[in-house]
Design a protein. Sequence first.
Length: 509
Amino acid sequence: MQEPALLELRGIGKQFAGVVALDGVNLTVRAREIHALLGENGAGKSTLIKVITGVHAADSGTILLGRAAIAPANPTAAEQAGISTVYQEVNLIPTLSVTENLLLGRQPGALGLIDWRAVARRAREVLARVELDCDPDAELGELSVAQQQMVAIARALDLKARLLVLDEPTASLDEKEVANLFRMLRRLREDGLGIILVTHFLDQVYALCDRATVLRNGRLAGEFAVRDLPRSELVATMLGRDLAELGESAAAPATVRPQARVVLAAQGLARRGMLHPLDLEVRRGEVLGLAGLLGSGRTEVARLLFGIDRRDAGAIRVGGQAAQLRTPRDAVALGLAFCSENRKEEGILPNLSVGENLLVEQQAKRGGWKALARSEQETLCAHYIAALQIKTANAEVPIRNLSGGNQQKVLLARWLVVQPELIILDEPTRGIDIGAKAEIEKLVGKLREDGIAVVFISSEIDELVRNSTRAIVLRERRGCGEIAGSALTPSRLIHAMAGETTGGKESRP
């Protein structure tokens, strides 16, 4: 017998400054159900969760909780209605005790006095419900991340939640901690709760969830019973592709010759909570694609290779020599370059001109005491503005006035000036128009022809295939395969990303 609908969202719409974040989204979550909410960056998951939990008010549509219409004006109102949320970053007070965090604002007592015996008894009862064995008097900050998350869930349950929303709850947990969390969530499901699970990990969806809703570009892309949905179809839905029509199109460039010099090699590259041990190498004149869904570990690999994050294990060799890469400065000194996916916050210097942005790395390489001559600055700027066809009146124009595509070209030019051995491109075409995308892809091809090694990350399957000579597939923060040359096609890549080799169905454990 099918459980009744606990939460129903119908036609939810939301805009921010004229930008459509949600467009007529429907969602149904039933009692005794764990419901996955899935989608890539910009799909609308976070906005939908914030509408449900009262952070944002919907511009249109209706929300029904237990068949009664609600419109929570804030998170407190949502909690009072029976909706509790636990975010990836635990939103509690680390300097207070576990007990104080559990019952803050709801301590039992009378006449303004707190009954501390009753507080202690209730805290033990709440912790027992989530099977958390810890000292109730310990400071929350002394607990592990997994334990803090359990405390947050326990607090949510003590608020008499009927619907529990978990936003990326496993992002910072190891496998044992994930298993403990899942055991508890299954028990809560049997107790009658409805649970929304926001996650990027497909293995977890198939291990835990009953149904899934997929969002794409702020719209509903599909709702599915997990046990009946092949992984490859789920991945294709998230990426906006029809698996049956993919075929073997968009073949990759020819494979690089094996004798080409290895520019960078990594063995056992790992960081706890971010990446399981991974081996890779990139040769001169090769574009190595990193394929995977959001959260698969692509950007984590890039950050470790460039020294932004410190690895916990593994070794990196650059030009055949061991490299420490403690900081990005170390990486630059060894001839590595990096274009972040976050162009506005980690790329451009918005208050500086096109020329200043273009030459900042070259000047840093020379040192502050040896400034570039004015004539050299003008020559370099003119050359790269023309070579990359950067649309700007001149080099003095503030970079913030340029389009996203032209800003991206300036960032590429910044690194080309210093002539790197290897450049890491993380989502280099995100947020730019079709014409600019084509020009960026042409530049990637030119880098390859010039013998520069490229690590290329893209969420667009066709783009990754068109530009990569070889691709490493990442899933659940692990390397899970490699596809090269003519075998690198959109269809095979999607099946590999889904963990399938034949396109067969995945059943729920």
